[in-house]
Design a protein around this ligand. Structure first.
Ligand code: NDP
Length: 324
């Protein structure tokens, strides 16, 4: 029996590629000599495609595949996918929620602890032979009893909040909608929350609605003692304003996993001891990446078997209006 065709929009982890090759005839777009000519020629062949939040799936690729009915994406963020447009064309999009909550939340906590206790700067201090020469480094800050503002209290934000409770933090959260099912205080005014918080942890989706939500005003409200932890998307933070606030000492420090123009990071950050930088590692453990891959495979298997999908994204309001 011939295996179904599957369009692969870009590089994926080896385990996932191996499993997909076992099931499908895989067509890696990024390995074609001329991807644009390939997709113009072969686009009609595909009913399903696989991608990731890192690779994305732009509207012109949707356009070039008139028979597409499924985009299975590796990752939870949808900002790199032409979601409303794909859905308006009747294409179902799946992502990999929940399985990455623990590790992404752990990254946020790790960055918060590492920033508040100067872990990375102190490591550099020791290795540079400074301890015997110059004595103890400056004191860090504790987080117990201090207000930590969580910007976005969805699947991952909830896990961050639960972990912070174990550290004795006072939790407040900023979202558009108040959650009746949590004991923590809702803070509808982000600047007011930043003013009282020892740190803000950002974990909202990327995209136009959250673009530069963390701007100079929020940074100034956090102040010279405040910490900004971003494990969401680079687009959520005004990166130029962040560099300026850090350089001028108007913001105490930052722990960053995501950037505006990945994999490029403003070089001005490299010289700042109060900044800890991670190359987008939130979900990057062997266990979680494998679980994400298994979810992608599960969705594709079900699609080709005509069964209900595991994690279809709800129809976005804009696609409802386009298709209505
Ligand atoms: P959810 O959709 O479960 O939660 C999103 C939260 O953000 C909700 O509480 C929502 O509340 C809030 N929110 C959305 N828009 C706004 C807005 N404009 N203003 C204020 N709050 C808003 O998402 P997840 O928790 O699963 O994931 C969040 C994001 O984390 C992903 O979209 C992804 O970009 C990022 N991520 C990063 C990873 C990494 O490797 N660093 C790994 C995994 C995810 P409300 O609707 O009430 O406003």
């Amino acid at each position: 029996m011939s295996r179904p065709d599957l369009l692969q929009a870009g590089p994926l982890m080896p385990y996932l590629v191996e499993e997909l090759e076992r099931r499908f005839t895989l067509w890696p777009l990024h390995e074609q000599a001329e991807p644009a000519a390939f997709i113009a020629r072969e686009g009609r062949r595909f009913q399903a495609a696989v991608t990731s939040t890192f690779v994305g799936f732009p509207a012109d690729l949707v356009e070039a595949c008139p028979n597409l009915r499924l985009i299975a994406s590796f990752g939870v963020g949808t900002d790199s996918l032409a979601l409303p447009y794909a859905q308006s064309r009747g294409i179902t999009v799946t992502n990999t929620p929940d399985v990455l909550n623990d590790d992404t939340a752990n990254m946020a906590i790790a960055l918060l602890l590492a920033c508040s206790r100067n872990l990375v700067a102190n490591d550099r201090y020791l290795r540079a032979g400074q301890w015997p020469r110059a004595g103890d480094p400056p004191l860090g800050r504790g987080i117990a009893g201090r207000i930590i503002g969580i910007v976005g209290l969805g699947r991952i934000g909830m896990v961050i909040a639960q972990r912070l409770e174990a550290f004795g933090c006072v939790i407040a959260y900023h979202t558009r909608n108040l959650r009746a099912d949590v004991p923590w205080r809702h803070a509808p005014d982000l600047v007011a929350l930043a003013r009282e918080a020892a740190a803000l942890i950002v974990i909202v989706p990327g995209g136009p609605a959250t673009q530069h939500m963390i701007d100079a005003e929020v940074m100034d409200a956090l102040g010279p003692e405040g910490l900004l932890i971003n494990v969401a998307r680079g687009s959520v933070v005004d990166e130029a304003a962040l560099v300026t606030a850090l350089t001028e000492g108007r913001l105490g420090g930052a722990g960053l996993d995501v950037y505006q123009n990945e994999p490029h990071v403003p070089e001005a950050m490299f010289g700042l001891d109060q900044v800890i930088l991670q190359p987008h590692q939130g979900s990057a453990t062997r266990e979680t990446r494998r679980a994400m891959a298994d979810l992608v495979i599960g969705n594709l298997d079900r699609f080709f078997a005509g069964e209900a999908l595991l994690t279809p994204l709800a129809l976005s309001p804009s696609s409802r209006s386009v298709s209505a």
